[in-house]
Structure formats: structure tokens, C-alpha cells
Design a protein around this ligand. Sequence first.
Ligand SMILES: Nc1ncnc2c1ncn2[C@@H]1O[C@H](COP(=O)(O)OP(=O)(O)OP(=O)(O)O)[C@@H](O)[C@H]1O
Length: 299
Amino acid sequence: MAAIEASDLAISYGDLRAVDGVSFEVAEGEFFGLLGPNGAGKTTTLEMIEGLRRPDSGSVRVLGEPVWPRNAALLPRIGVQLQASAFFERLTAREQLRTFASLYGVPATAADDWLERVGLVDKAGARVEDLSGGQAQRLSIACALVHDPELVFLDEPTAALDPQARRNLWDLLSGLTESGRTVVLTTHYMDEAEILCDRVAIIDRGRILQCDTPAALVRGLDAPARVTVGPGQLTLDEARAIEGVDNATESVDGTVLTTRTPAPLLGRLAAQDRLDGVRVQTGTLEDVFLDLTGREYRA
Ligand SMILES: Nc1ncnc2c1ncn2[C@@H]1O[C@H](COP(=O)(O)OP(=O)(O)OP(=O)(O)O)[C@@H](O)[C@H]1O
């Protein structure tokens, strides 16, 4: 059984078709990403799947059940991350989490376990308004998971965090599917989706442009790899003479070799003892987005 089956979802706000025929399935245990720029329709799509917003047309089944009209049987089985601003005011981090636990009828020990899992034991007595952005996001994720849901929705969990705090949160997020739980994440960040998600749907202007594993999407681009060899190791003529090199240029970082066959090229560079400081860049999801839409990604 699929954890989510969304079929031809559409919703308009006045003249704006915010979601325009979106269909996808998410398998149980999958880490699935909805990826797209501001205003693409990610949040609206999630709200329809969570049963918070009624689609104009189309249908959704979650964990085998219809979500609309509001399906109370599903509530204990799904977790929805609240934006940090939706915390109960003036509670400490522990009280906040214990309040969620009691609303779901789970013991306070579950709250304390999650406090530990998200690394907030030191902040247990701090009021939620005194937490840093990253700590608040960790707490909101713990609140969504305290009742051990089968399916959890995380809407831009790393928005507004600095790069270090985002990376710290990735460790926590990547462990969430370990016990077979399904995770659906929306994000602006292509790098985040590439690292965390088993599959991503790239969504723009209310439509899914592509849906696949990040690796397959990048492979489908058929973009050449760029292999940069440290400065002074190769002349351009030597570089161009190496089998598999399509082009070679100089940059401040060294000699940049363009190739469609990076693995054998690296083997040849190794044989010439020229691997010191070599960097390999392949296509990224940002390149996929550019290729699909013809414009830069507007994160
Ligand atoms: N209640 C509403 N009334 C009118 N327009 C809306 C409403 N909610 C969303 N929209 C519009 O629908 C489009 C999709 O919005 P949505 O919030 O789903 O995008 P998003 O991909 O989640 O964007 P973001 O990453 O900025 O949160 C946007 O153009 C938005 O302005």
C-alpha cells in the first residue's frame, strides 16, 4: 500500500491556479521531497494531502484512507510539523513537548525521549521564545513526532536557518525513516533535497515537472562532469590529449576538464599521479531545474 496517493489535485484562488493537476504516490518508508521555488504550490499541495484544505478537484488517500471530509481516524497516524510561531506561548521546551504528548494521549516519557533525540535536553527548561531558530525547529519536529506517527509532514524545516544549523538538522531528519516511517518534506533548498530525499517531485507554478530519485534526475540531464586538477599540474595541451577529455580550460582553481566519462578519466589521472587536489563536480538538481524551466532557480 502506498502511504500517499494524490491524484490530479487542483485548486484555484480566484484566477490563480495554485495547484494544477498534481498526481504522485509516496511509498511507505520513503523520504519524499516536494521541491520548488516560492509560490510553487508546495504548501497548498501538502494542505490538501493533510486534509486541511479541500481540493477543487482530484482525490487523496493517505495510509489507505480518504482524507476528506476530515478523517479523525488518521490524526494519530500522521504528524504535521508546526511552524515555530505556532508554539504555546511561555511554556518551556519540555512543557511544550509534554503538552503535545498529552494531547495525543502518550506518556510524558515519550516527550522526554524526543527532547533527548533532538538534542534539547540542555534547553528543557528554556522558554520556547528563548530558543534559537535551529533549536525551535528541532522542538517543532519533536512535537510532530512525539506520538510516533507513521507518516510525518515537514514544511520547510530548515527555512531561515544558517548553513551550519541546516546541516545539523539534516542528521536528525535523515534518521526519521529508519523505523519504516514515511517522511514528506517541502523545501526550497535543492542541496537539502538531494541529500535527504529518496525521491523528489520538482514543482513549479502548480505543476509537477519531474518526479524521480535525485540521481536519476541528474543523470537524465546528461550534463558533462567537470574535473578540476590543481594549478600547475597539466598544460592545456596535455589536458586535451587525455582520452575522455572533451574540453579543457584554465581557472583560478586549476585546469578544468570537461568529460562525459569521469570515472575512467580519474583512473587515467591517477595513473599519471595527478590526483592531488582533484575536484569532481557533476550536475545538480539546480541544473535539472534550470533545464526544465529554462530559468535559474529562485530560492
Ligand atoms: N489562501 C490563499 N489565497 C490566495 N492565494 C493563495 C493562498 N494560499 C496560497 N496562495 C497562492 O498560491 C500559490 C501557491 O502558494 P503555496 O504557499 O502553496 O506555495 P509554496 O510553494 O508553498 O511557496 P513557499 O515556498 O513560498 O511557501 C502562491 O502564488 C500563493 O500566493
